[in-house]
Design a protein around this ligand. Structure first.
Ligand code: ATP
Ligand code: MG
Length: 262
């Protein structure tokens, strides 16, 4: 059940282990090193945010975690098993919701189940996922009838219908206006708390990272290596005016090489 409360089954998320992960692209015959020996351990149900300069390799890393590409060197494991291909237990939500315009919200969300031949037996999950993201009542709407925030929520529901153990988020709120973004950050926290998955979020927004994550990983310029890890033990729900978060924000900005007096 997608909507099982976390208290029933508190450790539904999976672990993630990165060992000395390196990745290199080929750019016009020249090697382009993108990831430089990234090692990281993420516990079950943890929420980890990744921050770093544009082009440093964050999306590349997420693609490796999703199993969409293989690393040049090093290994990625979940629950102790090597990640070798995409799997419905590890789903990515991208910045752009990419819904099929000719399908209703319901049938966009149904895609993952359809592809796995589970639609008939697991139909109820679609309603559950729509309820989790607050889109009950819009099941029959088409993407053009949704606001940007609603479309992004539909994309989240499409991921959640797979009941993921690891939710991989690549700037999923990046295109939203700041009010919708703040609302969706709160929704994401409660979703994560209820569903219990492990979350790996790439964002450019330091406040967002600190509002959501228990740990913030700061990457260097390309080729990305881990510059700093900031633990954020503040309990949820968090408050944006919290002076401790302001202090952590200064630390993160300093690691990013930005003027920490902002
Ligand atoms: N398929 C590819 N072939 C060659 N180079 C690539 C490929 N995909 C990404 N790159 C290069 O890898 C580097 C890292 O790209 P990536 O998309 O991972 O960065 P990012 O940290 O996600 O950036 P942003 O914050 O702007 O989204 C970039 O220099 C990019 O040009
Ligand atoms: Mg990116």
């Amino acid at each position: 059940m997608v909507a099982a409360p976390a208290s029933d089954d508190p450790v539904r998320g999976s672990t993630l282990t990165l060992r000395e992960v390196r990745h290199c692209f080929d750019l016009e015959g020249q090697p382009l090193p993108v990831l430089d020996r990234i090692s990281l351990q993420v516990g079950r149900g943890e929420f980890v945010a990744l921050l770093g300069p544009s082009g440093c390799g964050k999306s590349t890393l997420l693609r490796l975690v999703a199993g969409l590409d293989a690393p040049t060197d090093g290994s990625l494991l979940t629950e102790g098993r090597e990640i070798e291909s995409p799997d419905p237990s590890r789903v990515v939500v991208f910045q752009d919701p990419t819904l099929y315009p000719w399908r209703t919200v319901w049938s966009n969300v149904a895609l993952g189940l359809e592809a796995r031949g589970l639609l008939r037996t697991h139909r109820g999950r679609i309603e559950d996922a729509l309820r989790l993201v607050g889109l009950t009542g819009f099941a029959n709407a088409y993407p053009h009838q949704l606001s940007g925030g609603m479309a992004q929520r539909a994309a989240l529901a499409r991921a959640l219908v797979n009941d993921p153990k690891l939710l991989i988020l690549d700037e999923p709120l990046g295109q939203l206006d700041s009010l919708t973004r703040i609302t969706m950050q709160g929704e994401l926290v409660s979703l994560w708390q209820r569903a219990g998955f492990t979350a790996l979020l790439v964002t450019h927004d330091v406040e967002e990272a600190l509002f959501l994550a228990g740990r913030v990983i700061v990457f260097s310029q390309r080729p990305a290596h881990i510059k700093a890890e900031i633990v954020n033990a503040r309990p949820y729900p968090r408050h944006r005016g919290d002076p401790h978060l302001a202090e952590l924000r200064h630390q993160v900005l300093a690691h990013l090489g930005l003027d920490a007096t902002w």
